[in-house]
Design a protein around this ligand. Structure first.
Ligand code: BV8
Ligand code: ZN
Length: 230
């Protein structure tokens, strides 16, 4: 089967990465509009840099969990064609072994240059204004898709949704678009749709099936059901 898996903050919760909804809409004590918008970066770049530098540094203290590993195992198994489309900016899918991963909202371990528009793997704190590896300008910003900005690889995601036999949504509240609209698109193209989440999401009625519980438990048992041994 061609399987498209959409993941959100909930899949990394058991690894110790805070979700957005955890703190009543406050992102680690910050209002989203103060740290995850181009206007916020314009207004107060240091606060935005410190916010992402802290999340980037925190990555080295967390590990992938059983849900990330189960998806990597499904891909490695090879019986099904798996594409992971993640809203997450952490690198836990890749560290679990997943290779076909689309970061539609960017990555903490990447920086983008406002002078030459280059994108570079980088784990350096950006608040110190390091020089761009490409053009040497001190014009790097977090390579993150902020509210009001166009997500990455929407064309690739759209064509994968059009050809999907199965669409699975894991650990997402379904509150942010265009990601929250993928289930309807996949369904419209004939895919079966499954929600694996701690609790019903905003779009739970749009799914054919739903299993509610912690991803670290629900995802491995769902994956095992997809590749019966023997
Ligand atoms: C754009 C990077 C236009 C930053 C992020 C249509 C209608 C209404 C509004 C809009 C619309 N279209 C666009 C908008 C505006 C906006 C939007 O959707 N606003 C919302 C708030 C209404 N969308 C945008 O701005 C998008 N851009 O539209 O551009 C455009 C068009 C043309 C040209 C130019 C521009 C861009 C949105 C991307 C913003 N960036 N992230 C960063 O990370 O710092 S979004 C960010 O928030 C995440 O990436 C994710 O997408 C979202 C958080 O949601 P979740 O990941 O689902 O996390 P959440 O905490 O909400 O929920 C966790 C879930 O997990 C819960 O359900 C919980 O029950 C569950 N859970 C918890 N623990 C576990 C668990 N599940 C399983 N196991 C557990 N252990
Ligand atoms: Zn540059």
């Amino acid at each position: 089967m061609r399987v498209v898996v959409l993941t959100g903050a909930g899949i990394s919760a058991e690894s110790g990465v805070p979700t957005f909804r955890d703190a009543d809409g406050l992102w680690e004590g910050h209002r989203v509009e103060d740290v995850a918008t181009p206007e916020a970066f314009e207004r107060d770049p240091d606060t935005v840099h410190r916010f992402y530098d802290a999340r980037r540094a925190h990555l080295s203290t967390v590990e992938p969990n059983a849900a990330h590993r189960a998806l990597a195992g499904l891909e490695r198994d090879g019986r099904h064609r798996l594409l992971v489309v993640t809203q997450n900016v952490d690198d836990l899918h890749e560290r679990a072994g997943s290779r076909d991963v689309v970061h539609m909202h960017g990555e903490l371990l990447s920086a983008r240059c406002l002078a030459c528009d280059g994108r570079f793997r980088s784990d350096a704190p950006l608040v110190d204004r390091p020089r761009c590896p490409g053009c040497g300008e001190r014009a790097l910003r977090p390579d993150i898709v902020w509210f009001g900005e166009l997500p990455y690889e929407l064309d690739r995601i759209q064509s994968a949704l059009e050809r999907a036999d199965l669409f699975v949504s894991i650990g997402t509240s379904g509150a942010v678009y265009p990601a929250a609209g993928f289930v309807s698109a996949a369904r419209a193209y004939g895919a079966r749709t499954v929600e694996l989440n701690l609790e019903p999401s905003h779009g739970t009625d749009l799914f054919h099936d739903a299993r509610h519980g912690p991803a670290g438990t629900v995802v491995p048992s769902w994956a095992a059901g997809l590749t019966p041994t023997g």
